[in-house]
Design a protein around this ligand. Structure first.
Ligand code: UD1
Length: 432
């Protein structure tokens, strides 16, 4: 098992190229199950979650080859329509195969993900949506079993604009008979990009990027090639790295519009923000000011940036309040940040962060993907050495984060850490 070691105190400077978005490519990989044939997906990040989804597609019968950042998927011989518990428990996004399988093959058996460190995280909206489209869904020994002869278009109003439920219903509706309208749909760029991909396959989706998606079902979809959109969370993390180290960091190959809420908060905190068509630069000459953040659905401040923002606020001048309205329990990083000397008090889903002038390096344990990122960010400014263990979490969603940070001037490296005998074989839970 690896850990990441950071020696704090270096000012980060330079440019970093952002990878394709994990949360965009995972549903796109699942969507390939909607057609027979060969797909080519470009700008695919080399991540553990992508390998897990590839593994799942292979179980279903697809051929999947990743060469660098290009993924080739051949869905000609799919014949086993199941997502086993062993995989779903390591990656919740496995649920994305449910909609495509039931729409394309009329049957799917997908393990229920169960709870996670951020709370219960139900998938009821996925199930209700597919039921409204006409699928018969039962729960059998921990598995969602869905059957349908032919899905039928209808209007589905989501109680919450869930990213996953919108994606699953969208994929299923693409092959349904008649028109489906999804009201209160998620507007996240990753959902818009999924809809663009589906349209490239021959789907007829309108309202892309809005909270009302209109899908005219088609008989059949064809394979297509696609390029993954940039990862706005990776980009946001590197911009915070620039601000926290009072540095000057440019993220390249990004869509600045996807980063609006984060850029506005960085500006409020006193950083200078410059941008071009596909790059954003953050320059910060002094200690940032405390700025409150409340997470919200897109285009609001992303919950996936909450932990990284908290790391920044730990060394800000003043007190800030950080509220997570999307996942009320997503605060596993707080106890670890405190070990580095942060002054944080929790009150329900609100964190009150009193900025301190300095953090001190310490061994910390990363508890989920974005929490790990926040600990590395804190380590960049902590005095001395910070060892962030259990970095398998970070490898789920950041491609070579230590190399990219090193390229910006950080003193950081990866080390092997022996697993204690007792935990060998225990798969880590998934949280994003
Ligand atoms: C996705 C992202 C994750 C991000 C989250 C919110 C992927 C692979 N993961 O997760 O990184 O943090 O969006 O931006 O893209 N909910 C229900 N019932 C459901 C589904 C969701 O109550 O059936 C609730 C959740 O508990 C949560 C809220 O809706 O409180 C939002 O969750 P959702 O948007 O579905 O997140 P995910 O798709 O799981």
């Amino acid at each position: 098992m690896d850990k990441i070691v950071v020696i704090g105190g270096r000012r980060l400077e330079g440019q970093v190229t952002i990878s394709g978005a994990k949360n965009a490519v995972l549903p796109i990989m699942a969507a390939c199950l909607l057609a027979h044939g060969r797909f080519r997906i470009k700008r695919v990040p080399e991540l553990r979650d992508v390998r897990t989804m590839s593994h799942l597609l292979r179980i279903i019968g697809a051929r999947v080859d990743q060469e660098g950042h290009e993924l080739r998927i051949d869905t000609t011989n799919c014949s086993f329509f199941e997502a086993p518990y062993e995989l779903v428990k390591t990656m919740r996004a496995s649920i994305y195969v449910l909609g495509p399988l039931v729409a394309r093959y009329g049957y799917a058996r997908v393990s229920l993900p169960g709870g996670c460190a951020w709370g219960p995280r139900p998938v009821d909206l996925h199930i209700k949506g597919l039921q409204k489209l006409g699928a018969e869904i039962g729960l059998e020994r921990g598995y969602i079993v869905a059957r349908a002869k032919k899905l039928k278009g209808t209007t589905i109003t989501l109680d919450i604009p869930s990213v996953g439920a919108t994606g699953n219903i969208l994929m299923a509706a693409a092959l349904a008979e008649g028109t489906t309208v999804i009201e209160n749909a998620a507007r996240e760029p990753e959902i818009a990009s999924l809809a663009e991909f589906l349209n490239g396959m021959g789907a007829q989706i309108e309202g892309i990027g809005t909270d009302r998606l209109v899908i005219r079902g088609v008989q059949e979809l064809q394979p297509a090639d696609f390029e993954t959109i940039p990862d706005r969370i990776e980009a946001g993390t590197f911009l915070v790295a620039g601000a926290i180290t009072q540095g000057d960091v440019t993220v390249r190959q990004v869509v600045p519009d996807h980063l609006r809420s984060v850029l506005a908060k960085l500006t409020d905190a006193g950083a200078e923000v410059f941008e071009g068509p596909d790059w954003v630069r953050v320059k910060c000459d002094r200690r940032v000011k405390a700025v409150d953040v409340t997470t919200a659905v897109y285009p609001g401040f992303p919950t996936d940036m909450q932990a990284q923002w908290m790391a920044l606020m730990c060394i800000a001048e003043g007190t800030s309040v950080i509220v997570d309205t999307i996942f009320a329990d997503r605060f596993t990083h707080v106890a670890e940040l405190r070990r580095l000397g942060a002054d944080i008090r929790m009150d329900g889903n609100s964190a009150h962060v009193v900025g301190v002038p300095k953090l001190q390096g310490a061994p910390v344990m990363s508890t989920d993907l974005r929490a790990s990122a926040s600990l590395i960010l804190a380590g960049l400014v902590a005095e001395g050495r910070t060892d962030v263990s259990r970095v398998y979490h970070i490898d789920r969603g950041y491609e070579r984060i230590e190399e990219k940070l090193k390229g910006l001037g950080a003193e950081i490296w990866r080390e092997q850490e022996p697993w204690p005998e007792a935990v060998v074989g225990v798969m880590p839970p998934d949280e994003s």
